[in-house]
Design a protein around this ligand. Structure first.
Ligand code: ATP
Ligand code: MG
Length: 299
C-alpha cells in the first residue's frame, strides 16, 4: 500500500510536469464534445478543468459553453449576463465565433464562447432551420480557417460543454466533434444512461459524422471506498476497455467550491486532490490522442 509520502511525491511530479508544459501538440485540432444527458455528473467541471490544464501546459484551447445554464462561462470567469453575445448568436444568427470568443483572465491561450439563458431557445429556433445539426461544425470550421489566414496559432483543443439533454444543441456538438468525452458518476443507473448515450452517438455517427464514437469515459465524483463505485467502474471498464480513462476524479470539496470564485479548481487551488486528478486526466487525454494518431498513421 502506498504511503502518504509516496502519494505526495506522485502528486508533485504530476504538477511539475503540467507546469513544464509537458503536453504533446496534437497533429490537428481535437474537437471534444463533453456530454452526458444525465444532469450534474461533472460535465462542466471536467470540461473547464481539462481545458485549463491543457492551456496551462502551453496549448491553445477554446471552451464552447453550449448550455443555457452558462456554468462553464461562470467557471472560467467569463460574463454571460443577458445580452452578451453567445453561442446562440453563432448558431441562430450566424455570428462568427471570432466575434464571440472571449479570452479568459487566466492565460491568453484559454478562450471561451459563452452561453446565456437565451441559448435555451436554440432548441426551438432551429426546429425548421436548414442544416440545423451542422451549424456548430460550420462555424468552427470557418473559425479555424480564419485563424490560419490571420496567422494566429492553430487551436489544439476545442472542448464543448454540452447541456444535460440530447437535443439539437448536443447534436450540434456531436456533429462538430471528432471525439466524445463522457463524464459519469459511478452509480446504479449510470450504465443504462450510458447505453442510451452510446446509441445516440452511433446514430449521429451513421447519419452525420462517421468518425464519432464513445472515445473517452471519465469517472467523476468517485468514492473508492464504496462497493457500488467499484462495481460500476468494473462494469464500465468491461464494456469500454479502451475508452475508460485510468484516472478517476475523486469527490472533493475544493472542486465544488471553485466555481463560486469564478475559477477552475486547477487555477484556484492547484494542489488539491481534485486539481491533481484533473491534471492527470488532462495528461491522459493528451496521450490518448497521440496513441490514436500514431495507430492511424501506422495502418
Ligand atoms: P449539468 O448537467 O447541470 O450541466 P454537469 O454534468 O455539468 O451538470 P457539474 O456542474 O460539473 O455537472 O457538477 C455538478 C455539481 O457537482 C456542481 O455543483 C459541481 O461543483 C459539483 N462537482 C463536480 N465535480 C465534483 C467533484 N469532483 N467533487 C465535488 N463536487 C463536484
Ligand atoms: Mg454543466
Amino acid at each position: 500500500m502506498s504511503s502518504i509520502f509516496d502519494q505526495l511525491q506522485a502528486d508533485h511530479k504530476i504538477l511539475s510536469e503540467v507546469a513544464e508544459g509537458d503536453f504533446p501538440r496534437p497533429t490537428q485540432t481535437r474537437v471534444i464534445a463533453v456530454a452526458n444527458q444525465k444532469g450534474g455528473v461533472g460535465k462542466t467541471t471536467t470540461a473547464v478543468n481539462v481545458a485549463a490544464v491543457l492551456a496551462q501546459g502551453g496549448l491553445e484551447v477554446l471552451v464552447i459553453d453550449a448550455d443555457s445554464q452558462g456554468n462553464a462561462s461562470t467557471a472560467l470567469g467569463v460574463g454571460h449576463r443577458d445580452g452578451t453575445i453567445s453561442i446562440y448568436d453563432v448558431l441562430v444568427e450566424g455570428t462568427p465565433i471570432r466575434d464571440v470568443a472571449v479570452q479568459t483572465r487566466f492565460t491568453p491561450n484559454l478562450w471561451c464562447v459563452p452561453a446565456t439563458i437565451d441559448v435555451a431557445a436554440v432548441e426551438i429556433e432551429l426546429i425548421d432551420a436548414e442544416r440545423r445539426e451542422s451549424r456548430m461544425r460550420m462555424a468552427l470550421r470557418e473559425y479555424l480557417l480564419g485563424r490560419r489566414e490571420q496567422g494566429l496559432p492553430r487551436l489544439d483543443y476545442v472542448l464543448i460543454d454540452c447541456p444535460p439533454s440530447l437535443g439539437i444543441m448536443t447534436i450540434n456538438a456531436f456533429v462538430a466533434a471528432g471525439e466524445v468525452l463522457i463524464p459519469m458518476q459511478a452509480e446504479y443507473y449510470a450504465l443504462e444512461g450510458l447505453a442510451l448515450l452510446t446509441r445516440s452517438i452511433n446514430r449521429i455517427a451513421e447519419i452525420h459524422n462517421p468518425v464519432l464514437g464513445v472515445s473517452m469515459i471519465a469517472l467523476t465524483m468517485f468514492d473508492k471506498r464504496t462497493m457500488l463505485s467499484r462495481d460500476v467502474e468494473a462494469e464500465v471498464r468491461n464494456y469500454f476497455p479502451e475508452a475508460t480513462m485510468e484516472t478517476r476524479i475523486p469527490r472533493s470539496v475544493r472542486v465544488a467550491e471553485a466555481p463560486s470564485y469564478g475559477s477552475p479548481v486547477v487555477f484556484w487551488d492547484p494542489r488539491s486532490t481534485g486539481s491533481v486528478a484533473y491534471a492527470k486526466l488532462a495528461q491522459e487525454i493528451a496521450m490518448h490522442g497521440v496513441a490514436h494518431t500514431m495507430t492511424e498513421g501506422e495502418t
